[in-house]
Design a protein around this ligand. Sequence first.
Ligand SMILES: Nc1ncnc2c1ncn2[C@@H]1O[C@H](COP(=O)(O)OP(=O)(O)OP(=O)(O)O)[C@@H](O)[C@H]1O
Ligand SMILES: [Mg+2]
Length: 274
Amino acid sequence: MNTTPLLEIEHLTITFPTGSGPVDVVRDLSAVLDANRTLGVVGESGSGKSMTSLAIMGLLPSTARVSGSIRLNGQELVGKTDREFRTIRGEKVAMVFQDPLSSLNPYYTVGLQIEEAYRSHRGGSRRAARAVVLDALERVRIKDAARRIDHYPHQFSGGMRQRIMIAMALCLEPELLIADEPTTALDVTVQAQILDLLAELQQETGSGMIFITHDLAVVSQVAEDILVMKDGDVVERGTAEQIFSNPQAAYTRSLLDALPRIDDPFEELRGTAR
Ligand SMILES: Nc1ncnc2c1ncn2[C@@H]1O[C@H](COP(=O)(O)OP(=O)(O)OP(=O)(O)O)[C@@H](O)[C@H]1O
Ligand SMILES: [Mg+2]
């Protein structure tokens, strides 16, 4: 039996030099993620969520020092060169960022951009890549994809652009998808659609997912396991169920208290008055 987890992080510490000495932005983080599972990482701004995902992608600023271990299918990522990371990024691990506009080039059609991203790993003809891209756009439910593939980023809504980024991430069939606040910039209805889409795609592909958010309500919809981070430390970990029914850390309780309560009789009234 293969018991190697998809992702195994042990004692990950990320340190930056600053004017007043070295600062740990992530301290002694350990986590395990299996295929087909979603790990939610939740915490306030600056808690180290993005630095953790950038470490997995090999995209930390060059001044960062990393210690500990990040193993993907048993393969150690800490200490890999940029060149080695280039074959891992996209192929094995892909990331969807908060703001799709900053990840898309406004001067090229979305089809061309995804084709180029695909061909930089897999090669092949443009025609073959276009077929893969078209399929990916259909999988993320872009309507009329055969026509939309030749449109520019600004011709899509925010939610559609996020679907396009997800399509780009999916093209190479990564084993691990990192979604870093993928719905923060979207309104609630579109946010729910993207969450549903990610869950469906994960069912289809069997990939593992790390879902990063500052919103405990969002993470509870997608993740089986949750890490709660504060100031670079993991302050709580457990299943979504445990964290909701029996939070241990005061910080987690404060996050839970901040959520709208479904048993609040005035919630609905306030909602209509907003
Ligand atoms: N180049 C750098 N040098 C020093 N510190 C940095 C550098 N880049 C980021 N940091 C610090 O690292 C800490 C963690 O940042 P990170 O981006 O991981 O937070 P986050 O949890 O993703 O927050 P957010 O919810 O705002 O995205 C922050 O305190 C930030 O100021
Ligand atoms: Mg972040």
